[in-house]
Design a protein around this ligand. Structure first.
Ligand SMILES: Nc1ncnc2c1ncn2[C@@H]1O[C@H](COP(=O)(O)OP(=O)(O)OP(=O)(O)O)[C@@H](O)[C@H]1O
Ligand SMILES: [Mg+2]
Length: 275
């Protein structure tokens, strides 16, 4: 692994993942995944489709158990995946808004499940609506919203469920380029204000660099960290950065690594199809 970015020794990691393997029947989804996340870091994850990114998030969210031999440490303590259930905020790959619940009631779902009385939960959420660009939409239903608004409701649900670590699985995947760019800048503002630690999956290399303090490039399945790239571009970040020479240089390095892995995945998939 090309490790250009060891964490500073003085900062104990919020999350450590060591030797994470996960097999589903004959499919090895993850093999030897190793990474540490520092408190307050924004770490982006890119890699070929099917390399185990969502599986990794399901493990860290406590929804899947890794195979034996894996080591997870959260807030300085060894733990099983199941111990992490409810201790991290998780926005899954699909936004999972409930069609029969309004914006406000979708936003409060996680904290309501956790035990916050509905009235109190609604009050908390109402105060956050303007920041999430949803003021005045509290009583609308998901089908009445644009794609960008739906994503913001799902993000608001994730932010309301206040945990130090947030897992966001391709939160902007379904958006057009312009809306996506606006959402990225908005997310950086919100992140800077709320001071959370974020692990963020994306297929968009520009997005990974623009948002991240570090980018992890995953290998083809079984997924592990192939390349770890620290992004030392100044914050706050603005659109001009996308054409800065340093941005382009990093993008070339990442694209080369991703392309190599995507070719492996494609070759494996087509070989499987012809067998
Ligand atoms: N619950 C499951 N049961 C069986 N196989 C699974 C399960 N979850 C994931 N897999 C398999 O594990 C592999 C990794 O899937 P995963 O969803 O983690 O990939 P991904 O990197 O998130 O892909 P994408 O970028 O397309 O979202 C795939 O081959 C998938 O079919
Ligand atoms: Mg996925």
């Amino acid at each position: 692994m090309n490790n250009t970015s060891s964490l500073p020794a003085a900062v104990p990691p919020l999350l450590q993942m060591r030797r994470i393997d996960k097999t589903f029947g004959h499919v090895a989804a993850l093999k030897g995944f190793d990474a540490s996340i520092a408190p307050g870091e924004f770490v982006t994850v890119v890699g070929p489709s099917g390399c185990g990114k969502s599986t990794l998030f399901n493990i860290v969210a406590g929804l899947e158990e890794p195979d034996t031999g894996a080591i997870l440490r959260f807030e300085g303590k060894d733990c099983e995946a199941a111990d992490l259930l409810g201790r991290v905020s998780f926005m899954p790959q699909r936004d999972l808004l409930l069609p029969w619940r309004t914006v406000i009631d979708n936003a409060i779902l996680a904290i309501e499940v956790e035990g916050t009385p509905r009235k109190q939960a609604r009050e908390q959420a109402l105060g956050m609506l303007p920041e999430f660009g949803l003021a005045g939409f509290e009583n609308q239903y998901p089908h009445q919203l644009s794609g960008g608004m739906r994503q913001r409701v799902a993000l608001m649900r994730t932010f309301l469920f206040k945990r130090d670590l947030m897992l966001l699985d391709e939160p902007f995947g379904a958006l057009d380029a312009l809306t996506r760019t606006m959402m990225q800048r908005w997310l950086l503002d919100v992140w800077q204000k709320h001071r959370r630690t974020i692990l963020f999956i994306t297929h968009d290399v520009d997005e990974a660099i623009f948002l991240g303090d570090r980018v992890l490039v995953m290998s083809a399945r079984p997924g592990r960290v192939k390349l770890e790239q620290r992004i030392e571009l100044p914050r706050p970040r603005s659109a001009e950065l996308l054409t800065a020479p340093e941005f382009i240089r990093i993008k070339r390095v990442l694209l080369d690594a991703i392309e190599e892995e995507s070719m492996k995945s494609f070759t494996a998939a087509t070989a499987g199809a012809t067998q």
